[in-house]
Write a protein that binds this ligand. Structure first.
Ligand code: ACM
Length: 540
């Protein structure tokens, strides 16, 4: 909410890119949703992403006015979420919107309560009721209340997201939304290794993830091109291994205080940070920082290209496991979340036998420090630890044998996070004209990224093994927030919807209309989105 101004420059650059691409398509002829500022009618309760589980529309709308209060329970969490909502609404409405204790009941208004008795809402569900006298959001847990607040934002006119006073009126359609997620894991991954992103840039992305009820932020903290987290027992990892990035720029790293601030900011938006240290491959930055980690005792130079698969920790040296334990111990101590991702992908310079040996030694270290192992799906080529999760990143062209290896692990109890690269990878180009991104998994247009069913995706894997979905954003070609946004928007909300919404709501033609209505919100927020030709965006 606080970083709009900082971002104008990248937004402008993005607009120039869009102008350059504009000749390639015309905006679709489907009926346009109300444009930014045309707020005489309330937004329909169904025009929300992710699609709510249940909507009953009807009755008079509620109108937020200068007299509206935000009533909250007498609890720290409810007050905190009330203040968050007030921070969203105050700049654009210009209203005071005092956040007041529940005992202060005069005048109707917006009510946020954690006292729902409805067990079916679970930890992340909420109920939103709107009528002439007010809007009530009720939940059992703070995460549910927070998600309900995100729905309320989308029910207000797009101009509510602007940071200066707008005319209104501020109507919320009458009716009831009852909403719970399909999956517990709704993630986004940001690669801060290939290019480094500042704490403020990560916070900006966190705010964007929160809009769509995502609840995991996976940070890819190490790779060949950069080590991005301070480790006290191996200080050169960050100070030397973090000193560059793809293209040879200055790189950077997070101090422990920086990382804690990211964790805090994410937690305040109900996102759990999942740190990844990629091993045994993707480790050139570590190998360059400490000669003794190399089998031949010689440190390679830092690397600023975009090849993969050339580096490996030295599986047969004992110091490798001292290193891993030190890193895991320090990272686990910094991370309140339950998970630690150990990578394990593209270990092309590690023999299969060494890979299995390495994973057998490293997985128990993660458990020793109280965390659950996650690995890219190649981990299923070793023996995944009890309770481990495998993150599947294959494509339609992945061999049946490789898919079956993952499916067999799933039948054997390994949970799956689905990130198929030709659907969920946000760094894949939309089409041949996309100025950023890669195309090794093919072009991924908006429909392709949305139009699949996680529950039935991987042949032979039981639906019950699927813990959810995650949208990775690799940054070989992406260097600032505007570029991240150009690739993430408009595809990220589709992956978020696959994670949240019941399969019964899945419908591309309805989805693209709802997605189009997000465009004016992104304009109001200064998000540099791609006006993809398969979405009927309203005219600007
Ligand atoms: C990956 O894209 N190498 C996980």
């Amino acid at each position: 909410m606080t970083q709009h101004h900082h971002h104008r420059t990248t937004r402008l650059l993005g607009s120039l890119l869009l102008v350059a691409a504009a000749g390639a398509f015309t905006v679709g002829a489907a009926p346009a949703p109300a444009a930014d500022g045309d707020s005489t009618a309330a937004v329909p309760l169904t025009r929300v992403i992710p699609a709510p589980a249940s909507v009953t529309a009807g009755g008079a709308p509620y109108r937020i006015t200068g007299g509206t209060h935000i009533h909250v329970d007498d609890s720290r969490e409810a007050r905190r979420i009330g203040s968050y909502l007030a921070d969203v609404l105050r700049p654009s409405t210009g209203y005071r919107l005092p956040v007041t204790d529940d005992s202060d009941r005069h005048g109707g208004g917006i009510r946020l309560t954690l006292k729902s008795k409805d067990k079916s809402l679970g930890g992340e569900g909420y109920r939103l009721e709107s009528g002439r006298h007010g809007v009530t959001i009720s939940a059992r847990e703070p995460a549910g209340l927070f998600h309900g607040v995100q729905t309320l934002r989308q029910l207000l006119p797009a101009a509510v997201e602007r940071d200066s006073r707008q005319p209104g009126p501020w109507l919320v359609a009458g009716g009831t939304v009852e909403d719970t997620p399909r999956y517990a894991w709704r993630g986004a991954m940001l690669d801060v290794s290939r290019h480094f992103f500042s704490v403020d840039e990560v916070k900006r992305y966190i705010d964007q993830l929160a809009l769509y009820k995502l609840n995991k932020l996976h940070l890819h903290l190490s790779d060949d091109q950069g080590w991005r987290i301070a480790i006290d027992s191996w200080p050169r990892l960050a100070t030397y291994g973090g000193s560059t990035e793809v293209g040879g720029g200055p790189g950077g790293h997070y101090t422990k205080a920086d990382y804690k601030e990211i964790v805090r900011y994410a937690a305040a938006r109900h996102l759990e940070v999942v740190p990844e240290i990629d091993m045994p491959g993707h480790t050139n930055a570590a190998l360059a920082s400490y000669a003794e980690l190399n089998c031949d005792g010689v440190a390679p130079p830092l690397y600023t290209g975009i090849e993969v698969g050339f580096s490996s920790l030295c599986v047969n040296k004992e110091i490798t496991y001292d290193f891993v334990e030190d890193v895991v111990r320090e990272l686990a101590a910094l991370t309140p979340g339950r998970y630690l991702h150990i990578g394990g992908d593209e270990a092309h310079s590690t023999s299969h036998e060494d890979y299995v040996t390495f994973m057998e030694r490293v997985q128990p270290v993660v458990a020793e420090y109280g965390k659950t192992v996650i690995g890219w799906h190649q981990l299923t080529g070793a023996e995944p630890a009890e309770g481990a999760l495998a993150q599947y990143w294959g494509t339609d062209r992945t061999s049946a044998a490789e898919k079956e290896q993952v499916a067999a692990a799933a039948r054997n109890g390994t949970g799956l996070i689905l990130s198929p690269a030709d659907r969920a990878y946000l760094d894949m180009k939309y089409d041949k004209d996309t100025p950023l991104g890669l195309a090794w998994a093919g072009y991924v247009d908006v429909q392709r990224s949305y139009d699949w069913n996680p529950g039935e995706y991987l042949p032979g894997a039981p639906a019950s093994a699927v813990r959810g979905v995650e949208a990775p954003l690799w940054t070989e070609t992406l260097g600032d927030s505007g570029q991240l946004e150009y690739m993430a928007f408009p595809r990220l909300p589709g992956v978020a919807e696959l994670g949240w919404s019941p399969a019964s709501t899945h419908d591309w033609d309805a989805y693209r209309e709802r997605l189009a209505a997000q465009g004016p919100r992104w304009d109001a927020l200064g998000i540099n989105y791609h006006r993809a030709p398969d979405v009927p965006w309203p005219a600007r």
